[in-house]
Ligand binder design. Structure first.
Ligand code: G1P
Length: 293
């Protein structure tokens, strides 16, 4: 067994999804479909491909569709079995029998840092992944979460996924101060949540994937409300960075902010073109369609 195997992933999914109204009024934004699967399923699959065995959903009122999605649907599976629909049966079963799903509640929207803290008891004293369930990262053959796990195993510290950020988007991300260690790995000294571009310590921003050692919980206990009056995970990360306990990995792969309408459209086209049954047909159609505009 790998020392400090990363077995758990926390998915903060209690947010209201205001960027996706009106679609997210009664459907959790994480359940909105990209091609033929809800967004969160792609991200849970990334976790499973990275070795995760337990998924911890941090949810809130109105989010029970998330728990239902990863549960066995006995009546449906029985029906598919009797009708000999093997492919659909496999698709329905794909995840629930590979992972254990646990959910905890975030009773008040006190911030992303607070959401992670809600999972403290379930995580216990082991390293875990933090995966934002509206950010899709496609890194075929080497999932982004696995890239972070490998950096963790090498440096024995928490790690965040990083991406070069254009100036006009800097005020939407946690931006980091760092020194390059090797290739795509950096050691972080500090980070700041959603700075004005002029105040950003660099153009590297934190993107939706985190690997935390249990030290993060102590750092969160020391974190006061920050930007927007919320407990920001970026402030707890800054605390660890200032203690020399934080690394960053400039991940390889394509990332889509599927919690945003434009990013969602990009993700839909990307995954539709890759779809084993629909891809070729969709590609032909898209080429013809583009000639018309
Ligand atoms: C969150 C984090 C931010 C990070 C971003 C992208 O912001 O607070 O540091 O850069 O996700 O993953 P949000 O998009 O929830 O406002």
């Amino acid at each position: 067994m790998v020392k400090n195997k990363v077995r758990k992933a926390v998915f903060p999914a209690a947010g209201l999804g205001t960027r996706f109204l009106p679609a997210s009024k009664s459907i959790p934004k994480e359940m909105i479909t990209v091609v033929d699967k809800p967004i969160i399923q792609y991200i849970v699959e990334e976790a499973v491909e990275s070795g995760v065995e337990q998924v911890i959903l941090v949810t809130a009122r109105g989010k029970s569709a998330l728990e239902d999605h990863f549960d066995k649907v006995y009546e449906l599976e029985d029906l598919l079995d009797r009708r000999g629909k093997k492919d659909l049966l496999e698709a329905s079963r794909k995840l629930w029998n590979m992972i254990e799903v646990v959910s905890v509640r975030q009773h008040e929207p006190l911030g992303l840092g607070h959401a992670f803290y809600c999972a403290k008891q379930v995580v216990g004293d082991e390293p875990f992944l933090g995966m934002l369930p509206d950010d899709m990262v496609d890194s075929p053959g080497y999932p982004c979460a696995k890239q972070l796990i490998d950096v963790y195993h090498k440096y024995d510290c928490s790690v965040v996924a990083l991406m070069k950020t254009p100036p006009e988007l800097i005020d939407k991300y946690g931006m980091v101060k760092f020194e390059q260690v090797e290739g795509n790995v950096v050691k972080m000294f500090d980070c700041v949540e959603k700075p004005r571009p002029a105040d950003a310590p660099s153009d590297l921003g934190i993107v939706a994937r985190y690997l935390f050692t249990p030290e993060i919980f102590q750092a969160l206990e020391e974190t006061k409300p920050g930007v927007g009056g919320e407990i920001q995970i970026t402030d707890a990360i800054a605390n660890l960075a200032r203690k020399g306990r934080m690394y960053g990995c400039i991940f390889s792969g394509e990332r889509f902010d599927a919690g945003d309408k434009f990013g969602y459209l990009q993700a839909t086209v990307h995954y539709a073109l890759k779809h084993p049954e629909l891809g070729a047909r969709f590609s032909d159609w898209l080429k013809q369609y583009l000639k018309k505009i």
